[in-house]
Every structure is written in structure tokens, then in C-alpha cells.
Design a protein around this ligand. Structure first.
Ligand SMILES: [Fe+2]
Length: 274
């Protein structure tokens, strides 16, 4: 079986915090209307998560961290958040959540990027200079437009079930689903023992997919099933590239078709949640 399915009664969420997610079932809860488990998932061919048939994108994580520090130190024109040990007060809570433990840190790659508006993102010069292969890779992705992009990492605490896009943007993702395209690097985790999970019941049942090492790109549902992670890591150990934008549906479906054929043993669909 190329995924792990975990019941919270056997393996509780880190910190034993399931109740605050389950509490959202109550209609008076402020998050209640932001969880869409009852919606009919319209993701392409029922795919909730899949590896993508894209070439493996290399990235030297030591170099990434050096550049991150250089941006922080204003050696380059850019936008970087200090890592957790430098600014523990700056929690940068998740877009749609009232909780304050969804925090992550970002090295922002667009000078005009906008999380909430459909701008056409323009690269900071340091990205073109230091990570030209990342620029080429992203520009070849099947997006009509990328409005925001960053390397994102999380401190050692994990993150509970959530969607990445704020709720106002989610309805436009329905036809693009699985709409969340990510690239991940890790030199500390075992791909067969992943801590990233998907859930449709507030974390009570969690499916942990496997991203085989031939690719480091994946896509997942952005509107119905939530996702989370049991752990976080320093950028030198594990990091994600997070492009947010509008996918070109015909090109996206072409890539998805190729991907779910090539990685059919790893794809997670709605049937896994039945
Ligand atoms: Fe996320």
C-alpha cells in the first residue's frame, strides 16, 4: 500500500489537539462555514493528491539558506521573514484561521506578488541570479498566471488540517482542483514515511501519501479535503516551493493525465476517503 491511513484514536495529532478541529462541526463555530467537507469534490478524475510527471527540480538547500539570510540582511533586494528563533513573536497565522499555530516562514520570490489579488508576478532579481533553474521551471508550469510564490518552511511544530488559499479565493479553484501545486525538497525525511496528510474529517482519519523520489512535484485538493503536517523543519533540511495562481485547465489536465498514469500506484482519490 503506497500510503498510510491513520486513525486519530490510535495515533493522535501532535499535541493532542484534535478537539479544536472537531469543534468546527458546531454551526456556531467561527470556522464552521470555512470547512467544505460536505461539498461535492469536483477535482479532475477524483484526484485528491498526486505526484506530478515533471522533471526533478534540483535545489541546494544550503545555498537557499545563504540567499535567505542575504535577503534578510538586505544584501539583496527582496522579502524574507526571519526564521522562528529570530522572531518568535511574529507568528504569521494562517490565512483563513483563527488559530495561531499555523505559522510558517517565507522567502518571497516576486517583488509585486499578491496573495489576495490576481497580479502578474515579477521575479526579484536575486531569484533570477541565484535560482535560474527555479525560474525556468516555474515559467514552464501550466499556469495562465502566477500571482505569488515563495519558498515556505515551518518550525518543528506541525500544522493542523487547513486549506492554503483564503476562503474568498477558494471557489475559483474548484474547476482547477487538484489546484495546489507544490515542489518539495527534503534531506531528512523518508518518502515512505511521510508526515504530510490529507483529511476529510478534521484530522480524525488521515491519509499520508508517498511522493516517490523520481519527482518532487505534487498537486492536492485546495477546496474540500484539508491537509496538514505532523512536523516542521529548518529550510536547510526540508522546504517547499509554493506557487499560487491560475492554472490553464487544458494544459493542467494534460499534465494530470500523464501524472496519474505514470504514478497510478501513488495517486490518492476520493475513493480512498470512503
Ligand atoms: Fe498548507
Amino acid at each position: 500500500m503506497n500510503y498510510k491511513i491513520v486513525d486519530n484514536d490510535q495515533t493522535p495529532l501532535p499535541g493532542n489537539v484534535i478537539d479544536k478541529y472537531l469543534d468546527r462541526r458546531d454551526p456556531s463555530h467561527p470556522e464552521h462555514n470555512k470547512v467544505n467537507y460536505n461539498a461535492n469534490y469536483k477535482g479532475y478524475k477524483g484526484v485528491v493528491w498526486t505526484p506530478l510527471d515533471l522533471p526533478y527540480l534540483d535545489l541546494n538547500l544550503d545555498h537557499l539558506w545563504t540567499v535567505w539570510q542575504n535577503v534578510l540582511g538586505n544584501k539583496y533586494d527582496g522579502l524574507a521573514q526571519p526564521w522562528f528563533d529570530k522572531r518568535p513573536d511574529d507568528m504569521n497565522s494562517s490565512r483563513h484561521s483563527t488559530y495561531n499555530d499555523h505559522d510558517y516562514r517565507a522567502l518571497i520570490l516576486f517583488k509585486n506578488g499578491d496573495y489576495y489579488a490576481d497580479v502578474k508576478g515579477e521575479w526579484f532579481d536575486f531569484v533570477k541570479d541565484e535560482f535560474p533553474e527555479v525560474v525556468d521551471f516555474v515559467e514552464a508550469l501550466p499556469f495562465d498566471n502566477v500571482r505569488w510564490i515563495a519558498f515556505v518552511g515551518r518550525d518543528e511544530h506541525g500544522v493542523g488540517p487547513h486549506y492554503d488559499e483564503w476562503d474568498g479565493a477558494r471557489k475559483v479553484l474548484v474547476d482547477q482542483d487538484p489546484s495546489q501545486l507544490r515542489v518539495r525538497w527534503s534531506r531528512v525525511t523518508d518518502w515512505k514515511d511521510e508526515h504530510f496528510y490529507l483529511t476529510k474529517n478534521h484530522g480524525q482519519t488521515r491519509i499520508y501519501p508517498q511522493l516517490p523520489p523520481a519527482t518532487n512535484s505534487m498537486a492536492y485538493d485546495g477546496t474540500v479535503h484539508e491537509h496538514g503536517a505532523d512536523k516542521g523543519f529548518h529550510p536547510k533540511d526540508r522546504i517547499q516551493l509554493m506557487p499560487m495562481g491560475t492554472l490553464n485547465i487544458p494544459k493542467w489536465h494534460e499534465l494530470l493525465d500523464r501524472s496519474i498514469e505514470k504514478y497510478k500506484d501513488f495517486v490518492i482519490t476520493v475513493d480512498h476517503f470512503k
